[in-house]
Structure formats: C-alpha cells, structure tokens
Ligand binder design. Structure first.
Ligand SMILES: O=C(CO)[C@H](O)[C@H](O)COP(=O)(O)O
Ligand SMILES: [Co+2]
Length: 220
C-alpha cells in the first residue's frame, strides 16, 4: 500500500487558489470538495473553478462530488480534466453507469460512503471503482471532529478490498490530522484527505510531510 496525501482546498483561501495549490508541491492530489446545497447543507464550488484550477496546477485533482445528481454531472468533471472523480453512493441513481462513464473519460472512478452507509452492499461494485472513499465525518463541512466509530468500517473495507485483489485505493476524509491519521493507516486506509490539518498549519508542505511520515509508520 502506497501512502498518498490529498490536501483539501476547502480549508484554503478561495481568493488565492492558485497560490494555495502551489503551497503544497509535495501533495499527491488536490482534494476538491464540490457541494451543491442539496446533497449537503453547504455550497462550495463547481465546474468553472475545477477548469480554472486544472490550468493553474499540475497536481492532479481529486474531485469529491457531494451533489444531489452525480449521474448528470460527474462526467463533466472528468472532461474538465479531474484525475479522479468520486460520487456518493447515497446520491447516485445509476452508480455503475456513472462510474463506467467516468473511467471511459480517462479519470479514476471513486465511490464515497457517508458514515451511516455500510460498505458490504457495495462489494459487487469494487470491480467498477479505483477508489473507495469512507467519510469519517458527516459530509458538508471542513474542520469537524474525526468519528472514531468509523475505524471498524475502515478495517472491514480493507479486508473486502484485499479479498478482491487489493487494487482499489481506500481513502478517508474528514477530521484527519496528526493525531488521527495513524489510526486510519493502521486500520488500512492508504489515501488521506486533510483540509484543516494542512491549510490551517503555518507551513502546509511541512504538515503534509509530517502526516505522510506518520501514516507510513503506522501502515500495516
Ligand atoms: O469532504 C469534506 C467535508 O464534507 C472535506 O474533504 C473534509 O471535511 C476535509 O476537511 P477537514 O480535514 O478539515 O475535516
Ligand atoms: Co471531501
């Protein structure tokens, strides 16, 4: 398992996104939280900003769509140049079709599960995805406290992924910081989203190095 860090620009200065992307040259991805005021009670950014960011940075974009109609909109994010497009299982009406469309457009396809959504019903979809995203807070806002009750789900997801060949990345998102990342890594996560822990730090790049070192130390 290769550890990857995906800083969330939700915690960055939206007026200076190009500079904020440049501040994390050691990031594997830039996590872009798209919220539409319907799937979650918050509104962030959409396609025009993703298109602009794509031109402003060479770091691949990891788009996390917290929107009510991902079947309609997800392909456009792949077309806009996102390296990875993740849809929520709770929102998608035709997830298999949408995941296949994302892949056919050249992006990695991700499936996200909110805290109360069990992973087991999605076992048969593992062959359709490149990444499983487990929310470790309720989706909608940055800066929330990590939900420890998600650790068993991270372990169960890792076991399912290994049973299916170990190809799918396991991402955790929400409240991941210097204190919680080790437990997530030990439980089997390999891609770590961190918003406040990176952009709230005096030196975001140094924060990424420290998170990565802890995750590597704790990985099984
Ligand atoms: O998807 C998200 C919220 O819905 C964000 O990616 C997540 O909350 C990151 O922020 P932080 O690390 O501050 O919790
Ligand atoms: Co996110």
């Amino acid at each position: 398992m290769a550890v990857q860090i995906s800083p969330s620009i939700l915690a960055a200065d939206f007026a200076r996104l190009a500079d904020e992307a440049a501040a994390v040259p050691n990031a594997d991805w830039l996590h872009v939280d798209v919220m539409d005021y319907h799937f979650v009670p918050n509104l962030t950014l959409g396609l025009p900003v993703v298109e602009a960011l794509r031109k402003a940075t060479s770091t691949p974009l990891d788009c996390h769509l917290m929107i009510a109609d991902p079947d309609r909109w997800a392909p456009a994010y792949a077309e806009a140049g996102a390296g990875s497009v993740t849809i929520h299982a709770e929102a998608a009406k035709a997830p298999v079709r949408t995941l296949r469309e994302i892949r056919s457009l050249g992006a990695r396809a991700g499936l996200a599960l909110s805290p109360a959504t069990a992973v087991e019903p999605y076992e048969d979809l593992l062959g359709e995805i490149d990444m499983l995203l487990l929310m470790t807070v309720e989706p909608g806002f940055g800066g929330q406290k990590f939900l420890d009750i998600m650790l068993p789900k991270i372990r169960r997801s890792r076991a399912l992924i290994e049973r299916h060949g170990g190809r799918v990345w396991l991402q955790v998102d929400g409240g991941v910081d210097a204190e919680t990342i080790g437990r997530c890594a030990e439980a089997g996560a390999d891609v770590f989203v961190a918003g406040s822990a990176v952009y709230g730090a005096a030196d975001p790049a140094a924060a990424i190095d420290a998170l990565r070192a802890t995750a590597i130390r704790q990985s099984g």
